[in-house]
Design a protein around this ligand. Sequence first.
Ligand SMILES: *Cc1c(COP(=O)(O)O)cnc(C)c1O
Length: 355
Amino acid sequence: MKKHNFYAGPSILSPYTIKKTAEAVIDFADMGLSILEISHRSKQFQAVVDEAVDLTKELLNIPEGYHVLFLGGGASLQFCMVPFNLLNKKAAYLNTGTWATNAIKEAKIFGEVDVVASSEDTKFNYIPKNFVIPTDADYFHYTSNNTIYGTEIRRDLDSPIPMVCDMSSDIFSREFDCSKYDCIYAGAQKNLAPSGVTIVIIKEDALGKVHREIPTMLDYRTHIKKGSMFNTPPVLPIYSALMTLRYYKEQGGVKEMERRDVEKAAILYDEIDRNKLFRGTVAEEDRSIMNVCFVMNPDYAELEKDFMEFATSKGMVGIKGHRSVGGFRASLYNALPKESVEALVAVMKEFEAKH
Ligand SMILES: *Cc1c(COP(=O)(O)O)cnc(C)c1O
C-alpha cells in the first residue's frame, strides 16, 4: 500500500533527494567509492559544499555580507550559539512555543532576556500581536513556525533592531527579506535533508561585538573562516541538502514551493472546517501551512483512537499530534505531494460518512 508521510521531523524528502543520496552511498561522483568513506577535504566534496552554499544564497535571495554555514548540533545548538555570539547585554524574545522557550532558557545564561510576549497562557494556540520590541536590545529572536503547535508567522516582522529567526520548520516555504536579520538558522530535517546538519545564515557585521571569549567550535567566525570545514562536517546530510536544493531550483524555486504549500494547506484546513468530526486547534489567522494541528470535535472525542486506526489502515503515517498537544498533526512540508493531502482528506470524509 502507498504510504503518505506526514511525520513532523525527520520528515518526507523528495524522491529525487532519496534516490540521489542512495546512489552516492554506492558510488559518489564517479570516484568508485561511497560518499560514506571519502575525505571531506576531497575536491569532489568541496564542490558539494560550494554548490550548496551558492544555491542557498540564490534560492533565498541572500544579499552580500552574509555567510551560509552548514553546522552540526541541530537547531538546538543555535539556541546557545546565537546568544554566545550576539548577546552583549540584553536580547528580546517572542515566546510562541516549546522551541522558543528552549531558546529563551539558553539566552538567559548570557544576559538579560526581555520576553516581549508569550502565548503560553493558552497553550501557544495563537501568535501574540501588538508587542513592543525594545530598541536597546542587541537583537529580537522569534520562531517563524511552531512545529508542535501549528502556528506560523508568514511574513517578516517589523523590528527596530536586527532580528534572529529559528526557521527550522518553514525555511524554503516562503520568500523573506534576509537584510532584516542578523542570523537565521534551521535544522535540516524538516524541509531539506536528513537530520545532522543545520543551516546558519549569519551577517558578517553582526559578529565580533560581544566581549566574552567564545569557545572555538561555538564561534561563528571559526566556521566562516574555514567554510564549514573547521572540523569534519556532516558529509552525507550536506550532500542530501544539495540534492534538495537542486530539486527546489529545478521545480521553480521558493516562490513555487510557497504556491504549492499554500494550496496543500488550504485543502486540509477546508476539510477540517467542513467535517463535523474535526476542528482546528489554533487561531485561524495564525494557522501554519507546514504543520496542521487538529482534534476531534468534543461531541466525537471518543472516536480519536478509531480515526487513528482507520487512517493508519489507509496508509497515513505520522499524523499523531505531539505528545504535549494530543490529537492529530499533519506536516505538509515541501516534499509532500498534493496527492497525499487529498488522500488524507478522502480518509476524513470516509470516516465521517461512517459516523
Ligand atoms: C525541530 C525544531 C527544533 C529542534 O531541532 P533539532 O535539530 O532537533 O535541535 C528547533 N526549532 C524548531 C522550530 C523545530 O521545528
